[in-house]
Design a protein around this ligand. Structure first.
Ligand code: VAH
Length: 315
């Protein structure tokens, strides 16, 4: 039976991944950890431990005591926050990752950590971005993600750690809002459309970015981790995407559900500059061929589900 430890379990991905993994592998087999605790069910509905990923010694002790055979390392600063705190971002994003990889190595555990479309830069082909291509990001977050991909591959080749990763696009979810990302607009727009009937986007019209609904992201993590490692030609990390959208297209999809919704624009130069340095549309062929990546939600289906779920949440 898998014994899984998650870092950053209270974050946007972690909060939903913890619930999904507990449903899939049994509550008692999934240890959620984060730098803090809160009153959500994640902290009470299964094993939970406060853990600072910068403390490698404690991380190893916690994982060993739990008899973890799988480490899912999600704790990190996202792109916009990292750009405002680059040295802290390097220390946390790289120090935490190194500690998690060392823990996996010591325990002989399987390992997952997300990369991002942020691992690409302005010189990367923007349309149909290949799995293997130039990666010269111009943000600290991107530098962290490229270095993280190389570090995770190193632990596979040098120590035989079964490391695997996904280059996530912007992820859209209704459970836990993201914090400090460039693609947060794609989540905020749904919350504010339901609450106020209007949204002012900090990303400009015509700015195409890859996106994916959280259920598809969670399914991708589980599929990748359960895939036959012998069939993987790549490991860190796979391009994955479900759609390439611009803000005005999200607004149109919302207006099909909420006809009175109004969209406005007030561009944030920093996050616009970050967004423009990223690809428009990834090529996810390698993920489809090597482990059966198969997203279910397009923009229309995601929009219907987001609006329905947010109305039910009575936000
Ligand atoms: C961010 N949501 O905006 C993250 C993600 C593809 C973007 O890495 O920083």
């Amino acid at each position: 039976m898998k014994r899984m430890m998650i870092t950053g379990a209270l974050g946007q991905i972690g909060s939903e991944l913890t619930v999904k993994l507990r449903e899939t592998y049994g509550k008692e087999n999934v240890l959620a950890t984060d730098i803090k605790m809160d009153d959500r069910e994640i902290s009470t509905d299964g094993p939970f431990q406060i853990l600072d990923v910068m403390d490698g010694k404690t991380m190893l002790e916690v994982a060993k005591k739990f008899r973890a055979d799988t480490i899912l390392h999600l704790a990190a600063l996202l792109s916009a926050t990292a750009e405002n705190n680059p040295v802290f971002a390097w220390n946390l994003n790289m120090g935490g990752l190194l500690n998690a990889l060392e823990t996996a190595k010591e325990l002989g555990a399987q390992f997952f950590t997300p990369s991002s479309i942020g691992a690409f830069g302005p010189s990367t082909p923007k349309d149909g971005t290949p799995q293997d291509t130039i990666q010269r990001p111009t943000t600290m977050y991107g530098v962290n993600k490229v270095a993280g991909e190389l570090l995770a591959d190193y632990y596979f080749h040098r120590y035989g750690v079964d490391t695997r990763g996904l280059r996530f696009p912007g992820l859209i979810s209704y459970q836990t809002p993201p914090g400090g990302g460039t693609t947060d607009y794609a989540v905020e727009i749904y919350y504010e459309a339901v609450k106020y009937g209007t949204y002012t986007s900090y990303i400009d019209k015509g700015t195409y970015l890859d996106m994916m609904y959280m259920p598809d992201a969670l399914d991708s993590i589980i599929r990748l981790m359960e895939a036959d490692g012998g069939k993987l030609k790549h490991r860190n990390a796979f391009n994955v995407t479900a759609m390439s959208v611009a803000p005005e297209e999200m607004a149109s999809a919302i207006q099909k559900e909420l006809p009175d919704f109004k969209m406005h624009y007030q561009v944030d130069p920093l996050r616009q500059q970050i967004a423009e340095s990223w690809p428009n549309r990834l090529d996810a062929t390698a993920a489809k061929e090597e482990w059966g990546f198969n997203p279910k939600f397009n923009l229309e289906a995601m929009t219907k589900d987001m609006i329905m779920k947010l109305k039910q949440k009575r936000i």
